[in-house]
Structure formats: structure tokens, C-alpha cells
Ligand binder design. Structure first.
Ligand code: HEM
Length: 214
């Protein structure tokens, strides 16, 4: 079995189950009534932080692949991106159903008036086209260039998510700042890689220099 096939058949299902872990934790604690004094707040904060973690993990896959040369990592990008959307949907639905009793006018009022909700809502809404077009069929339909362009929305989502967290916590901004730094480093890695690729200093090496005439 090649390493890619092994990753596909063994590691991927394990990672999938691990990514469901936070959801399992929520269901387990909800079942035992163990979500603290304010369960709605606990669920919102917990699903929110896991949304952000999966966004960061998704953004990290490509730079870590460059760094390690371990190409099968790419097989996880779609899965982690969809898990970010899954936790983001749980997060938004908790707020929509439990905080606003499914009245969208109330949500929109918050979107317009509270900057941290504006940022979170923008981040979430931009994830919708990414999730919808994450299939091979959509890659084919749009073509690689357009698809890649569309999927750059993840950068705006990441910025919106960090701002949302930063503006939400108000007092102790330590963790939002850590996440901001992490996202900044991951963006910088991409810029650096692009610059490296574009650099004229990278003279292509011939496969078999000097072969003709020998
Ligand atoms: C990519 C999208 C989003 C991400 C990554 C995200 C992330 C987060 C994070 C990290 C927190 C704070 C967790 C903590 O303090 O421990 C949070 C809180 C919160 N988020 Fe989001 N969020 C997103 C979208 C949204 C949307 C669309 C809404 C609603 C329209 C929303 C509403 C809230 C609310 C109300 C809280 C505070 C909960 C409370 O303290 O009771 N978020 N979010």
C-alpha cells in the first residue's frame, strides 16, 4: 500500500472521528446536564472556538505540507474545512435558535449594531460558498483558477473570525491575540512561498544537464 493509500484508508477515518470529538463532548455533557450555569453560553463559546480552530488547521495544511514535504496532508484540507463549517453552523444555529428563537430580524439587528457580530456573521456567510463548492464536481465546473480564487475567501473568513473573537472577549484578549498571530504567520508563509516561486533567482535545474553531446 502506498503512503497516500494508507493515509486515505487508515488515517483519514481516524482524523474524522477525532474531529467529531468536540461534538461528542457537547452531546455527552448536554445529556448529563453538565454544561455549567449558562448552557447556551457554554455551547456558543465552545462551538465558536472549535470553528476558529478548524479554520486555523485548514489554513495550516498547505504551509505544513511545504515545510515537511508530506504531500498526503492535502487529503485532509477538505475535511478540516468542512468541519470548520460544521462547527460554525452549530455555533450560528445555537445563537439563532436559543438566543433569538429563530427570528432572523433579531439576528440582523445584532449584525448591524454589534461589530463583533458583524465580523462573525461575515466570516460565517463567506464559509457557505466554500462549503458548497468543496466537491470535485465543483472544482471541475469552475475550473482550477476560478475555484482557487473563490476559495481565497477563507482568508477573509479567518480575519473576520479573529476580529469577532477579539471584539467579543473585551477584557482578556490574550487568546484572540494568539490566534491573530497564528493566522498572521500562516498568511506570511503563503506570501513568502509566492515570492519564492516568482523569484528569478530560482533558475530551473535541467533534468540531465550536459547529456546532449556526451
Ligand atoms: C467563522 C465564524 C465564527 C467563528 C470562528 C466564531 C468564533 C467565536 C469565538 C471564538 C467565540 C468566543 C469563545 C470564547 O469566548 O470562549 C464566539 C462567541 C460568540 N459568537 Fe461567534 N464565531 C463565528 C460566527 C458567529 C456568528 C455568525 C454569530 C452570530 C450571528 C456568532 C455569535 C457569537 C456570540 C453571540 C458569541 C458569544 C457567546 C456568549 O458569550 O454567550 N458567531 N464566537
Amino acid at each position: 500500500m502506498t503512503s497516500t493509500a494508507a493515509v486515505r484508508r487508515i488515517v483519514k477515518p481516524v482524523v474524522f472521528l477525532a474531529a467529531l470529538g468536540p461534538f461528542g463532548w457537547l452531546v455527552y455533557n448536554a445529556f448529563w446536564g453538565d454544561l455549567g450555569v449558562n448552557p447556551v453560553e457554554t455551547i456558543t463559546n465552545y462551538t465558536g472556538i472549535w470553528t476558529l480552530r478548524f479554520i486555523v488547521i485548514t489554513l495550516a495544511i498547505t504551509p505544513v505540507r511545504w515545510l515537511t514535504g508530506f504531500n498526503p496532508l492535502i487529503l485532509f484540507r477538505r475535511m478540516t474545512g468542512l468541519f470548520a463549517f460544521f462547527y460554525g453552523t452549530l455555533h450560528f444555529m445555537t445563537y439563532f435558535i436559543l438566543d433569538h428563537s429563530l427570528v432572523f430580524a433579531g439576528v440582523w439587528d445584532d449584525v448591524v449594531k454589534r461589530p463583533y457580530i458583524t465580523a462573525g456573521f461575515t466570516a460565517f456567510v463567506l464559509m457557505i460558498p466554500l462549503a458548497l463548492t468543496s466537491t470535485q464536481g465543483w472544482i471541475r465546473r469552475l475550473g482550477g483558477r476560478k475555484w482557487n480564487l473563490l476559495h481565497r475567501l477563507i482568508y477573509i473568513t479567518a480575519i473576520g473570525a479573529v476580529l469577532h473573537y477579539f471584539w467579543k472577549v473585551k477584557l482578556d484578549t490574550t487568546f484572540p491575540v494568539y490566534y491573530g498571530i497564528l493566522v498572521g504567520v500562516l498568511f506570511a508563509a503563503r506570501v513568502w512561498q509566492r515570492a519564492r516561486k516568482a523569484s528569478p533567482a530560482r533558475v530551473p535545474v535541467r533534468a540531465n544537464p550536459g547529456a546532449p553531446g556526451l
